[in-house]
Write a protein that binds this ligand. Structure first.
Ligand code: HEM
Length: 536
């Protein structure tokens, strides 16, 4: 029990204090020592050190040495933490440092410096991040050594490798071959179009969505919007990349993937297995399905994308075992669907909440739809500017990625010295919410801000939904094509409503979870969507 320190008698109080000090002397000395140590450490770290090292980015002060006290804020809402830091440093556009979980991140907010970061592939590494990811997925040391450090012959059979790159770097050229405009991209898009075309009918949806639709009859179906888009896009992406073989092995691969993907932020934080058992169980199931997939002879696996067998052949040639191939393919499945599913539900959500766009897009896309369900994809690509503006605005509002680079040698960015071993973060959200670039009311869905300004706004250094430099996302063409064709088809075929009880329901981006692209919506939020076939 603490003594009562002030009873109006000054002498008595002093005596009581002295007695308290005598009794708890060791404890109080310890506390005083700790406070003195923290004060000195803080003074040194955030006042004297910056004076002695003016070239290094200033660090957001904290009271916890080494670990930094920003870990919780990083988890909870990294965007809010970075906003606080930007305000603390007077919004001066200079890089600053934040320590969380013992790692120091230099945060870049100025568009010009983002370009410097993307250009520097000598001393800023994306590969270290990839290697850590692959290790986390269980790829063996030997496989990683061959993949990243064994140059493939320049004259090898298969896809040409004139620069003699190791597979870990060569795979980027293979993604480009599959995903950049050309025949292979068109074929991929065609498969997705056929899949949506077959499944976007009331009768088919009733069967497909039975496990989660909340209500259905012969006139309509009600589905949870984010779940519905996620399932449909994952299934379409699966068929486009792997044909129907995976479906035969595990008809619910998409559902297992979504269980994993909801928790995939744990991978980015490299959570220990003991704290992420559900995520590990889902990924284990997916890897198991891919093991069975590779047991099916190639000749029996049809209608897959060019990339899928091409990369498998490269892995075989390098002697990579089946387990590691299965682990790697799981990551391919991940990148194919994790962002497009979110792009689809965010775009539909914003349109639903701004219903005047429904009529606009219907009218604009109508000429792309012939009488016998034929769809003119070229028309959607090139003659639907309003739909395209909605796409850009959705990406702007829902991007929550941060490009991460590991500093492998001391490096100067924008006159600031970045120390070896630390990480660099480019937060896209800050770039996309800069009202000096994107105009007023940046927090609102206003696709018209892109009208007549698409080139200015989406080709500058402030536009980064797909990252930048060498590692810029190669999937951006297919992501756009797939999402826009889907939204156009849904609007042409169905009337959309949210049930009256859901009129006030909203979806908000979860800015706390790290992602490689678009934000998910906050846990527990969902919006019911009623789809009623339109009378033609
Ligand atoms: C709206 C949809 C998408 C968004 C917002 C998105 C975003 C991103 C981002 C931010 C990165 C990291 C770039 C960096 O840090 O420099 C990335 C990388 C990547 N994305 Fe996407 N992505 C999308 C769709 C896709 C699709 C559909 C595919 C494949 C079919 C794909 C394949 C990849 C690959 C292979 C990489 C790694 C690139 C490399 O290391 O060179 N993405 N994506």
């Amino acid at each position: 029990m603490l003594p009562q320190l002030w009873d109006g008698n000054q002498e008595g109080t002093l005596i009581t204090l002295a007695a308290f000090w005598q009794e708890h002397r060791t404890l109080l000395m310890g506390v005083l020592f700790l406070l003195a140590f923290l004060a000195l450490w803080r003074l040194w770290k955030f006042s004297f050190y910056p004076l002695l090292h003016p070239a290094e980015p200033k660090e957001l002060p904290s009271w916890i040495p080494i670990l930094g006290y920003h870990g919780y804020s990083f988890f909870n809402n990294s965007h809010a933490l970075l906003s606080t830091a930007i305000a603390y440093f007077g919004n001066n556009g200079e890089p600053f440092a934040v320590t969380a979980f013992g790692a120091t991140f230099y945060v870049i907010t100025h568009p010009r410096q983002t370009v410097e970061v993307y250009k520097n592939t000598e001393s800023l590494s994306f590969e270290e991040f990839l290697v850590n990811l692959m290790k986390y997925f269980g790829l063996s040391k030997d496989t990683l050594e061959s993949v990243f450090h064994t140059p493939l012959p320049r004259d090898k059979p298969g896809f040409p490798n004139p620069d003699g790159l190791a597979l870990g770097y060569f795979v980027r050229s293979m993604h480009h071959e599959q995903l950049f405009p050309g025949r292979k991209l068109d074929l991929l898009e065609q498969v997705m179009k056929d899949w949506f075309d077959q499944h976007l009918h009331l009768t088919t949806l009733r069967k497909l969505c039975a496990p989660y639709s909340s209500s259905t009859n012969e006139h309509f179906i009600e589905v949870p919007l984010t779940k519905w888009c996620s399932e449909l896009f994952t299934r379409a992406g699966e068929v486009a990349y792997f044909g129907d073989t995976l479906q035969h092995i595990e008809p619910n691969m998409a559902t297992v993937f979504l269980q994993y993907d909801d928790l995939s932020w744990q991978v980015l934080y490299q959570y220990p297995t003991v704290f992420s058992r559900t995520m590990h169980a889902a990924i284990g199931r997916m890897q198991g399905v891919f093991l069975q997939y590779f047991e099916v002879p190639q000749s029996e696996r049809c209608k897959d994308a060019w990339f899928t067998k091409a990369i498998e052949n490269e892995c075989h040639a390098l002697g990579i075992n089946r387990q590691d191939m299965a682990r790697f393919m799981t990551t391919v499945y991940w990148v194919v669907s994790t962002n497009t599913r979110k792009a689809a539900f965010w775009l539909l959500y914003y349109i639903l909440k701004n219903p005047s766009w429904i009529a606009t897009i219907r009218e604009e896309t109508k000429p792309a739809f012939g009488d016998n369900s034929a769809i003119n994809l070229d028309y959607i690509h090139n003659h639907c500017p309003r739909l395209e503006q909605c796409w850009f605005e959705t990406l702007r509002l829902s991007s929550n990625s941060a490009s991460a680079r590991v500093v492998t040698q001391d490096t100067v960015i924008g006159h600031h010295l970045m120390r070896k071993g630390n990480k660099i973060l480019i937060s896209y959200r800050f770039l996309h919410f800069n009202s000096a670039v994107f105009g007023d009311r940046v927090e609102l869905f206003l696709p018209e801000r892109f009208e007549g300004r698409v080139n200015v706004l989406t080709r500058g250094a402030s536009w980064r939904p797909f990252g930048g430099g060498k590692t810029m996302c190669p999937g951006h063409f297919i992501a756009k094509r797939e999402t826009l064709m889907f939204v156009a088809m849904v609007l042409q075929r169905f009337d959309l409503e949210t049930p009256p009880c859901q009129a006030q329901a909203i979806l908000e981006p979860d800015l706390g979870k790290p992602v490689l692209g678009l934000a998910d919506c906050k846990v527990g939020q969902e919006l019911l969507l009623r789809l009623t076939p339109r009378k033609s």
